[in-house]
Design a protein around this ligand. Structure first.
Ligand code: CO
Length: 505
C-alpha cells in the first residue's frame, strides 16, 4: 500500500467510526421525539451526553489529528500528498474544516455552553408561556456573550457573525447576506402591499380529518415520490423532522392537525425533500463527509423546493386533490380544486414564522438576521430586543405582536444557542427557486407530468445536479455548477411575482 493510500484509509476508518456513533445519536434523538416513554427522559439525556462526549473525543483525538496532518496541512489547507484525486482533496478539506472547528473550541467552553443552554431552554419555555421576556433576558444575555466568545475562538475576518454563519453555511458572510436580504426585503414588502390591496377571503376547510387517513395520504405521497417502506419510515412528532440515519434508513415525521389535511401534507412533502437528498447521497463515500449534505441551506432548498414550488403549484394540486377528496369525501366534496389551491396559497401577514406563507416567510427570517447581527456587534442590548422586534414587525409586515409570546419569544433557536442558524431557512427558499428556474428550462412540460403524478423526473434532475455530489463541492461551487450562476435573490423574486400576480390579479 502506498503512503498516500495508507494515510487516506487510516483517516477513513477513524471517520467511519465517528459517522456510526453520530448515526446512533440520531436514532436516540429520533426515538426521543417519537416513541420514547416520557419518564425515560433523564436516562436518555445521560445516554446522549455520554455519546456526544465520545464523538467529540474521537473528532479531536491525537490519532485523528495525526492521520489528517499526513494528508493535508492543517494550517494552510494545502495537500501534503501528491497526485490526490478530486474526491480525496474534498474529503481532506471537509475533515480539516470540521477538525479545526472542534479543536478551536476547548472542552471547557463546550461544557459551559451546554450548561448555559440546558438552563436557558426551560427558562425560555416558561418565559414564553407567561409572555414575560424579562425572565428569559439574563439567559439570552449569557448566550450572546458566549456566542461572541465562540466567534472569537473560531476566528473571523470581518464580522463576528461570520464565524457563526460559517458553522451552518460554509463560506457565507454578512457581506454577502446583507445586500441579498436588503433587496429581498424591499421586494417582499412591496409584493405584500399589492396582495393586501386585492385581499380575498380564505376558502374554509370544514370537518374533522382523522389521523389514520392523514397518514394514509402521507404514505401514498411518499410512494409517489419514490420512497420504499423497506428503507424509510413515516411517523408522528410534535415538530416534523427528517432524520437521515443512513442512505438506506430515512426517517421522516409529520404533525397532525385534525381540522385540515394541509399541515400534515406540507410536512410530509417537506421532510421527503430532505429525505430524497439524503437517500441519494454518494453511498460509496459513506463514513466520510462526502456522503453528507453540502450545507443546511442546500438541505433546506431541497425540502422547500418540494414543499412550496411543487407542493403548492396548481399542477400538484390537480394531482393530489382528487386523492384527498377520495379519502375525505364527506369533508371535501363541496370544496373545489380552485378553492383548495387558494386555501393552500393564502397570503396574510401573521406573527408566527412557522405558520407564515411563501410571501411573508422570508421577512420573518430577515428580521431575525438583523437582530442577531446587531446582538453580535453589540449595537443592540438585550433589554431592547422586544421593542426592536415589534418595530421591525411593524416595518416589514405591518403588524405588532400581541405579546412577546408570539413576538420575540416564539422560536426555540436562541435558547438552544443556535445564533446564525436562521438565515439558512431563507437561503433554502432562494436556492430552491434558483435551482427550479434552471430545471424548468430543460423541462417545459413539467406541469403536465406533475399533474399526472409523475414526480420522479424531478428527483432524477436533483440527484444529478445536487444530491449525488454530497459535500464534494463547497455550497457556492455547487450552486454555480448546478445553475451557472452564484446565489441570487432574482429567481425567487421572479417566482413569487409571477405566481402571486396570477393568484391576486
Ligand atoms: Co427543513
Amino acid at each position: 500500500m502506498s503512503k498516500k493510500q495508507d494515510s487516506f484509509s487510516k483517516i477513513q476508518n477513524l471517520s467511519k467510526n465517528i459517522t456510526l456513533l453520530s448515526s446512533i445519536y440520531m436514532l436516540l434523538e429520533w426515538d426521543l421525539e417519537t416513541y420514547m416513554p416520557e419518564e425515560a427522559i433523564d436516562a436518555r439525556s445521560d445516554q446522549m451526553e455520554l455519546l456526544a462526549t465520545l464523538i467529540h473525543k474521537q473528532k479531536t483525538a491525537p490519532a485523528f489529528k495525526k492521520a489528517l496532518s499526513n494528508l493535508i496541512d492543517l494550517s494552510t489547507g494545502s495537500m501534503v500528498q501528491e497526485n490526490t484525486s478530486l474526491t480525496e482533496q474534498a474529503a481532506a478539506r471537509e475533515w480539516r474544516r470540521e477538525y479545526l472547528q472542534e479543536a478551536k473550541l476547548p472542552s471547557s467552553f463546550v461544557k459551559q455552553f451546554a450548561k448555559i443552554t440546558a438552563k436557558a431552554l426551560p427558562a425560555w419555555a416558561d418565559s414564553k408561556k407567561n409572555a414575560n421576556f424579562a425572565s428569559f433576558a439574563p439567559h439570552l444575555e449569557k448566550i450572546v456573550t458566549l456566542s461572541k466568545k465562540k466567534a472569537k475562538l473560531l476566528g473571523f475576518e470581518e464580522h463576528p457573525y461570520d464565524a457563526l454563519l460559517d458553522l451552518y453555511e460554509p463560506g457565507l458572510t454578512v457581506k454577502t447576506l446583507t445586500p441579498l436580504f436588503a433587496e429581498l426585503k424591499v421586494f417582499l414588502i412591496e409584493l405584500l402591499k399589492e396582495i393586501q390591496k386585492n385581499k380575498k377571503p380564505i376558502p374554509l376547510i370544514k370537518g374533522l380529518f382523522s389521523q389514520e387517513k392523514q397518514m394514509q395520504v402521507g404514505a401514498t405521497l411518499l410512494k409517489v415520490m419514490g420512497f420504499c417502506t423497506k428503507a424509510s419510515r413515516l411517523d408522528i412528532s410534535s415538530h416534523p423532522f427528517c432524520t437521515a440515519v443512513h442512505p438506506k434508513d430515512t426517517r421522516m415525521t409529520t404533525r397532525i392537525d385534525f381540522n385540515s389535511p394541509i399541515s400534515s401534507l406540507s410536512s410530509v412533502i417537506h421532510e421527503a425533500g430532505h429525505g430524497l437528498y439524503h437517500r441519494n447521497l454518494p453511498i460509496e463515500h459513506y463514513g466520510t463527509p462526502l456522503c453528507e449534505a453540502a450545507s443546511y441551506g442546500v438541505d433546506e432548498s431541497q425540502s422547500r423546493l418540494w414543499e412550496t414550488i411543487i407542493g403548492k403549484s396548481p399542477a400538484f394540486c390537480k394531482f393530489i386533490y382528487p386523492k384527498l377528496q377520495e379519502v375525505f369525501p364527506e369533508n371535501l366534496s363541496n370544496l373545489s380544486l380552485e378553492e383548495y389551491y387558494q386555501a393552500l396559497n393564502h397570503v396574510e401577514a401573521s406573527e408566527i414564522r412557522v405558520e407564515a406563507d411563501e410571501v411573508t416567510y422570508s421577512l420573518h427570517i430577515i428580521l431575525r438576521f438583523e437582530i442577531e447581527k446587531a446582538l453580535m456587534e453589540g449595537s443592540l442590548s438585550i433589554k431592547d430586543v422586544p421593542k426592536v422586534w415589534n418595530q421591525k414587525m411593524q416595518e416589514s409586515l405591518g403588524i405588532t405582536p400581541s405579546s412577546d409570546k408570539t413576538g420575540c419569544l416564539q422560536d426555540i433557536h436562541w435558547a438552544m444557542g443556535g445564533i446564525g442558524y436562521f438565515p439558512t431557512y431563507a437561503l433554502g427558499n432562494l436556492l430552491a427557486a434558483q435551482l427550479f428556474s434552471t430545471f424548468e428550462k430543460s423541462h417545459l412540460d413539467w406541469e403536465e407530468k406533475i399533474a399526472n403524478g409523475n414526480l420522479l423526473f424531478l428527483e432524477e434532475w436533483l440527484k444529478e445536479n445536487i444530491h449525488k455530489h454530497g459535500k464534494i463541492y463547497t455550497p457556492s461551487e455547487l450552486i454555480t455548477k448546478a445553475t451557472g450562476k452564484p446565489l441570487s435573490a432574482k429567481p425567487y423574486m421572479h417566482y413569487l411575482k409571477t405566481k402571486y400576480s396570477k393568484l391576486y390579479s
